[in-house]
Design a binder for this molecule. Structure first.
Ligand code: FE2
Ligand code: FE2
Length: 688
């Protein structure tokens, strides 16, 4: 009721400011979201181009260009030796001099000339010199030469196509006759003269016959053994060589535009999905945390790029997993490692199908194993042990998958992979404090350090305000038990409990747990001043925590642990002196708890104070249960938990956890009796 009247008084100007602030915040969030997506797309594209340049740009071949390096055969293959085949075919074609065909215009003229020669009328047909030689020979010899010449010429007329030149055909016919060599010479000159116009070489038929002869030559095959040179550096890459290189798995030089489009679209869709997931699960990451997420993602991709360059496919994903699981909620980290790892694999190994597959396997295994191993880290040693276990498991899985797929795998590869993954684990652990420092990230290790009694601020609490220190320890135990039940981060709640009342260091004696002498300074103060001092411990706590470098996420517990509750005992006391006093003066400024962790701490703080105040009145567990229930119900009635998504089931679990812890505590310690209910209330409020 009080809260409602306070809010109502501020009226419509408050709601206008609220709407404006909300719009500003949503604009900022929108800008942040698209800036982050653009940054991721830019880095992914750059890394993809880098991968292409490093892996393919300087070593891939291009048709009709000099080869950038000597390419060797990876596997045995049978290839056609085009060069040798071509040489053999050319040889065969050149063997065919030309194809003679009968010129249809002249056969009758040739026949009549041949008839004249056979009749001995040499001078009518042959040139004078040739006719003279024939006439000078004995009659019988001249007749035999004329007859053979006529026969050979007629056979050439009747079968015009033949291999070789016309001269070769004539010589073949003459060699088969019984003429002597000089007679064959004379006969050749006679035929040559007579046939001069009767036989012509047909280029078309010649080329057809040559092509037919060439096609009869079988291609020359040779076997390419592993390690044989396919093409030497500087040698021009022909179409045939390109075919062999492709068959051997060598990439051709061409920018992977399709992969780039896939990566850009994949990153945009995935980033949007991750954003939606974080809103749906109410992780409420602030800009610094988004900065951390983007940074480890980019650093993880660079690690994967480097590991691909070193030949250890996908091992770089260990770093992304380590940082994500140590700095982010488990389910968000799982999605970040899984999909971030798969996109990283495409970026770093897109050109090689087998390597890409191995890297994707590595991402899936790391995301799953990381989720199982890294959920609960209890100490620095525990972290180191689990990180190395993750590294070894990944190295072994990579080796086993390679072995199963018949890839080169022997014991030395297992050793190399293990050493490499351990190296990535070291990189991860070294970078961790940097992330903690730059992004104020709360890793389990940082939380362990913060809650250790040797922390300087906790040491001050122990010495200067032992009552408050003890109260903080008890609140921590209660809150931790409830956090365990609600599957929240118990270390975070415990750290919040440790520091929630550090504001009491300024004036410890004004808080009841530190009044060991029995003297209560509030007895001598006006109730308004008492309230002011008590309420100030929140603001002073925030100042002290900032001075000691306590992380923002822990400082939130200090700010919210009293919400906007009011000091009713002091208000009532003040009203008896001045009936017109406003209530605001006796209420904490807030904020009300905005996270489940903060709500649990508020309840644990109030329960601890109430139980301590009413300790003497509690005689059995039922009364204890009633008291715890009353404290929780009061907080709900005062709307202190209305900004937190706690279900009734959650509240029941919190109550159960508190009761179990308190019953154990009651068996081990005895709390001094306090007195009447009114005094108990005063004690509880003065506990802060
Ligand atoms: Fe407290
Ligand atoms: Fe407090």
């Amino acid at each position: 009721m009080k809260n409602m009247s306070r809010n109502g008084r501020k009226g419509s100007s408050v709601s206008r400011i609220g709407v404006y602030a909300e719009k500003m915040a949503s604009d900022r969030v929108y800008r942040l979201r698209w800036t982050a997506t653009f940054l991721l797309v830019a880095v992914a594209s750059l890394l993809l181009a880098g991968t292409w340049w490093v892996r393919d740009g300087r070593s891939s071949f291009r048709i009709d260009s000099p080869s950038p390096r000597t390419f060797y055969a990876h596997s045995r293959m049978r290839i056609v030796d085009e060069k040798a085949t071509r040489a053999l075919r050319e040889q065969r074609m050149s063997d065919i001099g030309g194809v003679l065909v009968r010129d249809r215009r002249f056969p009758e003229e040739v026949r009549s000339k041949l008839a004249s020669i056979e009749r001995g009328e040499y001078r009518a047909v042959l040139p004078e010199s040739l006719a003279g030689i024939l006439e000078s020979l004995p009659e019988i010899s001249a007749r035999r030469i004329a007859t053979v010449s006529s026969r050979v010429a007629i056979s050439m007329l009747s079968s015009p196509t033949a291999e070789g030149s016309p001269a070769e055909t004539i010589w073949k016919g003459l060699e088969a006759s019984d003429l002597s060599i000089p007679e064959q010479n004379l006969a050749f000159q006679i035929i040559d003269h007579v046939m001069e116009r009767a036989m012509v070489m047909d280029p078309e038929v010649t080329s057809e016959v040559r092509a037919l002869a060439a096609s009869e030559i079988e291609p020359v095959e040779r076997v390419l053994a592993v390690g044989d040179v396919i093409v030497r550096e500087g040698e021009t890459v022909s179409d045939e060589l390109a075919l062999i290189l492709r068959a051997q798995g060598y990439p051709e030089l061409s920018f992977p535009w399709k992969t780039l489009a896939f990566v850009v679209l994949g990153v945009v869709l995935w980033a949007s999905w991750m954003w939606w997931y974080s809103v749906r699960r109410e992780f409420n990451f602030d800009p610094l945390e988004w900065g951390f997420i983007i940074t480890i993602l980019i650093a993880g991709w660079v690690a994967m790029f480097a590991s691909a360059f070193l030949g250890e496919n996908g091992l770089g994903v260990i770093s992304l997993a380590g940082w994500a699981y140590l700095g982010l909620p488990g389910s968000f980290a799982f999605h970040l490692v899984l999909w971030g790892g798969i996109i990283g694999s495409v970026i770093a190994l897109g050109s090689s199908t087998v390597d890409l597959m191995l890297s994707v396997f590595a991402s899936v295994i790391t995301a799953s194993m990381g989720y199982i191993l890294m959920r609960k880290i209890t100490s620095r040693l525990d972290l180191v042990r689990k990180m190395f276990l993750l590294g070894f498991f990944l190295a072994f899985a990579a080796f086993f998958i390679g072995w199963g797929l018949y890839l080169p795998s022997d014991r030395s590869i297992l050793v190399t992979q293990t050493v490499s993954s351990f190296a990535w684990v070291v990189v991860t652990l070294v970078a961790l404090p940097l992330w903690e420092r730059f992004f104020d990230i709360l890793t389990p290790i940082r939380l362990v350090d913060l809650t250790h009694p040797s922390h300087p601020l906790l040491k001050r609490l122990q010495i200067e305000t032992p009552g408050t220190y003890h109260h903080s320890l008890m609140v921590g135990t209660l809150a931790e038990a409830a956090a365990e039940k609600l599957k929240m981060n118990p270390l975070l709640v415990k750290a919040g409990a440790s520091f929630h009342d550090v504001g009491k260091l300024r004036r410890p004696q004004f808080f009841v747990e530190n009044q060991q002498t029995g003297h209560n300074p509030h007895d001598e103060l006006a109730p308004t001043l008492s309230a002011l001092i008590i309420i100030s411990h929140v603001r002073e706590g925030l100042e002290t925590a900032r001075q000691y470098g306590i992380p923002k996420k822990i400082r939130v517990f200090i700010k919210e642990h009293h919400g906007t509750t009011c000091l009713h005992y002091f208000y009532k006391k003040a009203l008896s002196l001045d009936p017109d006093l406003p209530m605001e003066q006796f209420c904490y400024p807030g904020d009300r708890p905005r996270s489940r962790e903060s709500a649990v701490l508020m309840l644990a703080d109030s329960v601890e104070a109430a139980v301590r105040a009413a300790a003497s009145a509690i005689t059995d567990s039922r009364e204890l249960e009633e008291l715890v229930k009353e404290v929780i119900d009061t907080k709900i009635a005062e709307s202190q938990l209305s900004d937190v998504p706690l279900t009734l089931q959650d509240l029941t679990r919190i109550k159960t956890a508190f009761l179990e812890t308190l019953k154990h505590a009651y068996h081990t310690r005895k709390i001094a009796p306090i007195g009447t209910a009114e005094v108990a209330r005063a004690t509880m409020e003065a506990s802060g």
